[in-house]
Design a protein around this ligand. Sequence first.
Ligand code: NAD
Ligand code: T46
Length: 359
Amino acid sequence: MKTYLITGGAGFIGSNFTSYILKKYDKNSMIINLDKLTYAGNLNNLKSIEKHTNYKFIKGDICDETLVDSIFKNHTIDYVINFAAESHVDRSIMDSSIFTKTNVLGIQVLLDKAKKYWQSGECFKPNKKFVQISTDEVYGSLDRDGYFREETPLSPRNPYSASKAAADLIVNSYYHTHKMPINITRCSNNYGPYQFPEKFIPLIINNCLNNRKMPLYGDGKNIRDWIHVEDHCRAIDVVLSHGKPGETYNIGAHNEKENIEIAKLIIKYLNEILPNYNYSTKYISPDSIEFVKDRKGHDKRYAIDSSKIKNQLNWHSEIDFNEGIIKTLKWYLENENWLKDITSGEYMKYYNSMYNGRI
Ligand SMILES: NC(=O)c1ccc[n+]([C@@H]2O[C@H](COP(=O)([O-])OP(=O)(O)OC[C@H]3O[C@@H](n4cnc5c(N)ncnc54)[C@H](O)[C@@H]3O)[C@@H](O)[C@H]2O)c1
Ligand SMILES: Cc1cn([C@H]2C[C@H](O)[C@@H](COP(=O)(O)OP(=O)(O)O[C@H]3O[C@H](C)C(=O)[C@H](O)[C@H]3O)O2)c(=O)[nH]c1=O
């Protein structure tokens, strides 16, 4: 039996990971989900497991030293997996202060408490692991050629990625200084169920379903390397159990696409499947795409080389991009209430401040 402290488990990737672990290990896992429930945290993501006897939710902030201390004191934590973060680049451009607090100070609190409860003399107790969920954005931006490798120097270019890079350096320092059993994973852009519709793919799906334009920043030719969230979850599980302490692992599925290509694919697939659903919108016109003012400092291209995790830990992505996107579209169509609920209230305020005047 392993006890997992999952932080940020009510967000997009954290909730997918929590469900994945409980489904896979069931009674051999105990999960404590610590989440502040910011705008991005949503307990509806965890409806299917909320009553599981081996699942416990604690509302709170990773920066709260007293709370984090009490969690370690009251449970024998084996694994910490830190998903908690402010995760949206556009919001970090508008105001970066909370990014530094949560993403940088929060990681230090988690590391210090894990160290306090896991250290025994000069050594750490066996079979403990601290995994920091980082991002390929810490490497910066690529032109046409090349890939991010684990050795690529960190060169973050927006406040979000700078805060994640700072966290990575702090995590690594606990390995080098204290020999703490850490791993860092750096994954490319995720898509899949439960993603908050501020991010590109769910935002354009939601806009299509609400007869709004699909905003493409700049010329729409920026490139992202997409991976289905389930593939990411499997990779984190592998790193937890087999990752060599102190190592960083890139995670990606070799799926580079220009944003415009994604928008066109979504229109094509939605038009194929929409007639099977009871939606008032039945057809998405290619004219729905609208080029808008570019993001400040918009990174041109991300592309990840994940040969290390493939060769050393025997992980590879399993979900084909086209199948994954169709599955994702169907999920959003079948979970209309989830989407409606999450886009009520504060969401439209955010949306209007971001896009009014741009579209
Ligand atoms: N989305 C991606 O494509 C992607 C890719 C690579 C890495 N990542 C990283 O993966 C992690 C999860 O990303 P996501 O897209 O699921 O993010 P998300 O924004 O959907 O979820 C973040 C979660 O963290 C919680 N949270 C925020 N501040 C907190 C705090 N101070 N204390 C406790 N909980 C707090 C939120 O309530 C939310 O539930 C992040 O660390 C992000 O940097 C994301
Ligand atoms: C919201 C939006 C985005 N875009 C463009 C901007 C990017 O080139 C691309 C994806 O944007 P998004 O904000 O979804 O994701 P990234 O900025 O690449 O960052 C994401 O992937 C990394 C790995 C993380 O670590 C982040 O947490 C995650 O948010 O679409 C548009 O053209 N229009 C829009 O309305």
